[in-house]
Design a protein around this ligand. Structure first.
Ligand SMILES: Cc1ncc(COP(=O)(O)O)c(C=O)c1O
Length: 392
């Protein structure tokens, strides 16, 4: 097994890197732990496969719909998630957020309502509103540092005939929940009662903490397969976000037709980036050991955060992180004003984080910290925060 040095600091400046060069606050002295990509080098098989592909010298239109691509995806689902998916049910999209937009266009009409569970990944809101649909919020419950779903409210929201479906974030960004089988079944039970579809965004499905198991929604509830679409990608898992490639699992033939109409006829999306395809195949077929090491390293970063918070930020609550590499920190005991907290982080502590309010008003007073980076950087970030919040 190859050993990766995840403590290595890699200079990303000069690569048009969003995280390090285009950060909120535009202050080069700030430490960026915001946008969700990793500061770790990619797995060796990915780098080697890309070098070999570059040596072929021509980068023309490239077809994703081929057996090697499909086998890499379905093989990953089977090995890693015990999830059997037919090759014909896997559809390419240049990203999960674009896929969510296409699905909204395919499965609803202008003016329809779509349920989301805030505080949640803010592009859900943009995709719904930008396509002329309405956000219907089913806020998560937050009690004793843990988030759960409010099923009674979900029932009320999905009962509305103007609401067509919901976007589930599973695992949930930013609150870090990996929904249990029981929780997933309850959601499906309610959706089924009113015949509503569920788009399950599972982009973080491979990033789960030790001892925690993620279940793809189609695996959890195969009896509701006609109303479920699952969005997956190698991008978060293998740090390939810039490759713009994701895999959408659609089993209902009617939904497949609608999808093909929206992406093909309406938006002319068809060809994938040749580097994305090459990288994904090398990732899924040859890079599992890298992912295991990365997940273990992130476990260590999260444990370090927990110890640091207990010792140096005693009034903060760190929400349990079961999945993703995002720490969701409740700082309301220090500052409950969103502008003031943002100013404290960006201008005084000089850390560029995702501000909690961006995920909905339920997130005011929280900060989201991306810990998929060398431990020394996470440590520096926390020290800068403690200096401002506790004067340490
Ligand atoms: C829940 C969730 N969905 C989608 C995305 C982005 O997906 P893509 O870059 O494939 O559009 C992210 C990135 O942070 C995410 O956290």
């Amino acid at each position: 097994m190859r050993q990766y040095d995840l403590d290595e600091i890699i200079d990303r400046k000069g690569t048009f890197c969003s995280k390090w060069e285009f950060m909120p606050g535009d202050d080069p002295s700030a430490l960026p732990l915001w946008v969700a990509d990793m500061d770790f080098a990619c797995a060796d098989p990915i780098i080697e496969a890309l070098h070999a592909r570059i040596d072929r010298k021509i980068f023309g239109y490239t077809v994703y719909n081929n057996p090697a691509y499909k086998e890499a995806v379905t093989g990953w689902f089977r090995r890693r998630h015990g999830w059997e998916v037919k090759a014909d049910d896997v559809f390419f999209s240049p990203g999960v957020v674009p896929a969510i937009c296409y699905l909204i266009q395919a499965l609803s009409q202008v003016g329809d309502g779509i349920v989301i569970q805030r505080p949640v990944y803010y592009p859900f809101t943009n995709s719904i509103v930008g396509n002329g649909r309405k956000v219907v919020n089913n806020p998560l419950r937050y009690e004793n540092g843990r988030y759960t779903m409010d099923y009674a409210d979900l029932d009320k929201k999905l009962a509305d005939p103007g609401v067509k479906g919901m976007i589930l974030c599973s695992p949930h960004n930013p609150v870090g929940r990996v929904w249990s089988l029981d929780e997933l079944k309850k959601v499906v039970e309610i959706a089924k009662k009113y015949d509503k579809w569920i788009i399950s965004d599972e982009i973080h499905f491979d990033l789960v903490r030790k001892g925690i198991e993620h279940t793809p929604l189609l695996k959890a509830c195969p009896e509701y397969r006609d109303r479920i679409v699952v969005c997956t990608a190698p991008s978060k898992t293998f740090n390939l976000a810039g490759m713009q490639l994701s895999n959408i699992v659609i089993e209902n033939p009617e939904y497949q037709k609608k999808w093909l109409h929206v992406i093909g006829d309406q938006n002319s999306v068809g060809f994938a980036n040749p580097f994305g395809i090459t990288a994904m195949i090398a990732a899924y077929n040859e890079s599992e050991d890298w992912l295991d090491q990365v997940n273990a390293y992130i476990d260590g970063n999260i444990a370090m955060c927990r110890e640091f918070v207990a010792e140096h930020l005693p009034r903060a609550t760190m929400v349990d992180c079961e999945g993703t590499y995002l720490v969701w920190l409740d700082l309301r005991a220090y500052c409950a004003d969103k502008e003031e907290l943002e100013e404290m982080m960006l201008r005084r502590a000089k850390v560029a984080l995702d501000e909690g309010y961006m995920f909905g008003e339920e997130g005011i007073g929280f900060e989201r910290i991306n810990v998929a980076c060398p431990r020394s950087i996470v440590r520096q970030c926390l020290e800068r925060m403690a200096q401002v919040l506790e004067g340490k």
